[in-house]
Design a protein around this ligand. Sequence first.
Ligand code: UD1
Ligand code: UDP
Length: 365
Amino acid sequence: MIKIVTIVGARPQFIKAAAVSRSIRDEFSHRVSEILVHTGQHYDENMSKVFFEELDIPHPKYNLEISGGQHGAMTGRMLEAVEKVLLEEKPHWVLIYGDTNSTLAGALAAAKLHIPVAHVEAGLRSFNMRMPEEVNRIVADRLSTLLFCPTDTAVANLAKEGISAGVENVGDVMFDVALFYRERARKHSTALASLGLADRGFALATCHRAENTDDPTRLGEIVAALAEISGSLPVVLPIHPRTRKLLADTGLDKELGSVKVVDPVPFLDMVALEQAAKVILTDSGGVQKEAFFYGVPCITMRDETEWVETVDLGWNRLVGASAVEINKAFNDSVHGQLPALPKSPYGDGNAARNIVSSIVRKSHL
Ligand code: UD1
Ligand code: UDP
């Protein structure tokens, strides 16, 4: 049996792990066993537990209960705790996702113990080293044996850094997830009715990126833009706990106009809201792509994006954090013509199977 220890900790990682864990369970259980480690980075019920329940993710054998604090302190505590788990479990592989501090801790702990690392969502780059995620993903990629890229762009980014061994474009697990849940969400979610929203009758917004929330000027511009939009179209903002806190600290929560602020929503509700939105405004990586998968125009409130295909294909407008630019993009999105939806550059919905089968092939057991 090939033994994998999977490290997750943050909301988007639960969602990605759901696809790969399902493939392990349904297609490879005769060859692969998986142990899940939850670092505890996200811990609120609506940021963690709901995803495990709704997406049928295996119960974590370990919850390290490490969250908050400065990046160094958080990552350091995770490193120490993950190392203990790996010494105990002695897996053949450590599987990590994305670019959070949990990803970095998993990669470092495994590499120091000479356990090969498989990185899902390898090769993404924003080329902005001030982003904590950019540091995390560069180090994680450098330490990984198998680098599972979601796109050709990601493969090319790694090639420019001299990394080609172990690199494979398997497609994007988020596309697998979108295909799996789009109908289920439409059928089972009651979010639209309970929030009083009409199909194509609202804008959906999310905001949590450190460069936006921790900069009062940028956060103020985003708030001003959403407040203005809410004057002409209902805006629903499922709010990340980080953003809720910073809006309260800065008093910007009082400037939100008619924006409907709600707690983070469970995944099926989010997918239902995304599919029904007229436009999506976000700084999230995952939400940008989901907008694209569901054919909803997206406005990305960041200065750069790792998901350049969505911009190049005309479905995503990269506008930074200027109220004027966000409003202009909103008007263009709502009134403009949309390009035809192309064949997805994010694979064919089999990324999870490709990942597990590649790990099996490379295991030589
Ligand atoms: C983290 C990731 C980011 C990812 C995001 C997904 C890093 C460096 N950042 O950012 O890449 O896009 O997750 O959502 O790893 N908090 C709560 N309850 C929770 C979770 C967080 O109250 O369940 C609050 C805490 O005050 C915490 C703050 O949010 O200190 C920030 O959380 P943290 O995990 O450090 O970073 P995120 O902004 O969530
Ligand atoms: N998401 C969710 N509920 C919410 C907000 C987001 O289920 O209230 C989902 C969203 O659909 C996407 C993922 O969380 O699949 C994105 O996570 P997040 O924006 O926290 O992180 P990022 O992708 O930017 O790292």
